[in-house]
Design a binder for this molecule. Structure first.
Ligand code: ADP
Length: 462
């Protein structure tokens, strides 16, 4: 089976969050299972490859676009659009021409797919939402899968940009991709993808309800016969404490892990032996920062040290930086994107905090399990599917879970985790148990293959 993956980011080329991990890792697993998978990305700063094709696109004016190739990756090259610092915007906000940028990307990729013989075109998130529609209009024989990694980001643009898309006005209706007077790229993917998936079973249900449906719950319900959740995995070659060359000390057990903690604490200039909570996150309201900032002082009073790595929303940058300044020997705040430090935090922390308001799947909790770092999470989306609250009597569970989105419930989960930390035997056993969970891609990749087969069969019936 021949598959085209279309996305705006993938490791190792470009990453802002979990989407890149998924698009980097899933094709590898699919290839190991015998599929032929190509990945199409924009050619951002620093991406090389060799020139292999050229496409001319009409979008109000002519765009001359080169295509570069590096092994199974194809890069859409239009330097004015993609050779910038940042993938989607700057600190000040989104790029004003994101509609033009990702329409061009989608048109070019659709042209490339139409002149090839792919069975399945697997599109990811709003940046590729127009592709299923362009393929239908081009009478493609390929089936399209549209995966929602985060419903909170929809690619919404003013109606004045409609001409750029090159679509008939019939599509600018509530039944089409009009959305409260705007254009909505994600809605296009949901409506015109032959199958729609999202990244955990729980999130697939949550997004069909108004609370987490971001205004698209009705549209999603209309597609429920073709909407499923498949939980993400992680790349166990990249995230492996035994071989990870970014961490201080490779390990397979708790004693090896402890050496990483000591080094990390030394590097942060933390004094004394205290439990360490780590956080590696996009700094966005989605990730629970509003309830987290309210427990700063209590977290310190409970006895925790804390290391935070992330970037995003500037209003939280300031609050977090102040937190670090108030407790310089207990708290380390790192406002940046830093792959190496991320690995060191996963390996060196005792606990990993994800108090998310919503979380489609979440990779941080899966990575931290792999490194024997106990997740403290809110019961939402994929966090609810993957982390079960630890019961000290039965020793069942793999983390600390709170349900209601409120700082006092987050604090209660932190207190429970501290109690377990203080029972060093139980804590060590739980850490080592977490290392044994299998969230590799293999199982999920097989589910995607079943889905691709189903999509192909339905095309034969059409
Ligand atoms: P999301 O995709 O919503 O950002 P996920 O938990 O699915 O959240 O994935 C986040 C991914 O991005 C993880 O691999 C995490 O380690 C990584 N990440 C997030 N912020 C940073 C950062 N500042 N530096 C390095 N890696 C980061």
């Amino acid at each position: 089976m021949k598959i085209a993956f279309i996305a705006s980011e993938a490791t190792p080329y470009a990453k802002t969050g979990g989407l890149a991990d998924v698009v980097g890792a899933l094709p590898i697993s699919l290839r190991q299972l015998g599929l032929d998978v190509a990945v199409f990305l924009p050619r951002y700063n620093g991406i090389g490859g060799t020139l292999c094709d050229h496409i001319s696109i009409e979008m109000g004016k002519r765009y001359e676009v080169d295509i570069y190739k590096d092994n199974e990756f194809y890069f859409i090259d239009y330097p004015d659009f993609f050779k910038r610092a940042g993938l989607y915007g700057t600190k000040k906000g989104d790029f004003p021409d994101n509609c033009e940028r990702f329409t061009l990307f989608s048109k070019v990729v659709s042209e490339l797919v139409l002149k090839s013989s792919y069975d399945i075109v697997h599109c990811h998130d709003w940046q590729t939402g127009l592709v299923p529609l362009y393929l239908k209009l081009g009478k493609s024989t390929a089936r399209s899968i549209f995966t929602i990694h985060n419903l909170g980001y929809q690619g919404r643009f003013p109606a004045q940009k409609w001409m750029i898309l090159g679509l008939n006005h019939d599509y600018f209706t509530p039944e089409g991709i009009e959305y409260y007077g705007d254009i909505n790229f994600l809605k296009a993917g949901i409506l015109y993808g032959d199958m729609v998936t999202t990244v955990s079973q729980n999130y697939a249900q949550e997004i069909q309800k108004p609370e987490l449906g971001f205004g698209l719950d009705g549209v999603l319900r209309s597609r429920r016969a073709n909407l499923i959740g498949i939980v993400n995995g992680i790349d166990y070659d990249q995230w492996n404490p035994e071989t990870d060359d970014l961490i201080y000390n490779n390990y397979t057990d708790f004693s090896g892990k402890k050496k990483n903690k000591q080094k990390l604490m030394d590097e942060c200039c933390f004094k004394g032996a205290r439990p360490l909570v780590g956080m590696v996150s996009r700094i966005a309201a989605q990730k629970g920062f509003d309830i987290f900032v309210k427990v700063f002082d209590s977290l310190i009073d409970l006895g925790f040290n804390m290391i935070i790595l992330g970037s995003g929303d500037e209003s939280y940058h300031k609050k977090l930086t102040t937190f670090g300044n108030v407790y310089p020997q207990r708290v380390s705040v790192n406002i940046k994107f830093d792959e190496k430090l991320a690995h060191r935090i996963y390996a060196g922390s005792d606990f990993f905090l994800m108090p998310s308001k919503y979380e489609p799947c979440g990779l941080g909790q899966l990575i931290s399990l792999r490194y024997g770092t106990l997740p403290i999470v809110r019961r939402t989306g994929g966090l609810a599917d993957t982390i079960k609250d630890y019961d000290p009597i039965s020793a069942k569970g793999n983390g600390f879970v709170f349900t209601e989105y409120a700082s006092k419930h987050l604090l209660a989960a932190l207190s429970r985790s501290m109690m377990v930390y203080n029972c060093s035997d139980a804590f060590e056993k739980l850490s080592e148990k977490c290392m044994t969970y299998d969230f590799s891609w293999d199982r999920s990749a097989k589910k995607y293959i079943q889905l691709y087969e189903k999509a192909r069969l339905s095309s034969k019936r059409d």
